[in-house]
Design a protein around this ligand. Structure first.
Ligand code: IMP
Ligand code: MG
Length: 179
């Protein structure tokens, strides 16, 4: 079994580049079919989605715009604790078909906040694609339109996803050892 060590943790090979790219082929084919003639705006969420966004957008052949945002993350003073806000969105999304491109939906908290904020700008519709979903960890009632791969709730790295800032450049996805 191929393993990698990142900082203090060991990870086992979990999903190869080939498996990941096949799943992306499927999502792209569905998007090309469903969004033809809709002039969509793809909003990719940095940093994690950079590799998924790149591989996905190479396969999307319909006319579209591609943009990138980040979610700020800081400790707020509200009772919920962590507040996240979208920043970097320059396009006017009013009346547009918007597709959010995410790396992973875990509890769904981040995505639920994104959707809440984007709805305020009155897009025609918001669709969500995520490379990975941990269905057993999902705690928020969100609509996920295009999920490339469903995985167990174990911590993973690679293909854009990091452990403490490292591992994003790995072309395959690795799962934390002994979990
Ligand atoms: P959520 O808000 O709980 O859905 O978490 C989403 C964010 O947590 C993702 O955008 C990732 O940045 C991070 N995340 C969740 N699971 C993992 C993982 O297994 N590896 C690396 N990052 C993860
Ligand atoms: Mg992310």
């Amino acid at each position: 079994m191929k393993t990698v060590t990142i900082k203090d943790k060991e990870f086992d090979l979990f999903l190869t580049e080939e498996v990941i790219e096949k799943a992306i082929d499927n999502v792209a084919a569905r998007l090309n079919k469903d969004l033809a003639g809709k002039d969509p705006l793809f909003i990719c969420v940095l940093n994690g989605s950079f590799m998924y966004a790149s591989e996905l957008m190479k396969r999307v052949s319909i006319p579209c715009e591609v943009s990138f945002v980040k979610m700020s993350s800081y400790k707020g003073t509200s009772s919920t604790g962590k507040i996240k806000e979208i920043y970097g969105l320059e396009e006017d999304i009013k009346g547009r078909t918007v597709v959010i491109v995410e790396d992973i939906v875990d509890t769904g908290y981040t995505m639920s906040l994104m959707l809440e904020q984007l709805v305020c700008d009155e897009p025609e519709e918001i669709l969500v694609t995520t490379l990975l979903l941990k269905p057993d960890a999902l705690k928020h009632d969100i609509k996920l339109d295009y999920v490339a791969l469903e995985i167990p709730s174990d911590f993973i790295v690679g293909f854009g996803l990091d452990y403490d800032g490292y591992g994003r450049n790995l072309p395959d996805i690795y799962k934390i050892k002994n979990s």
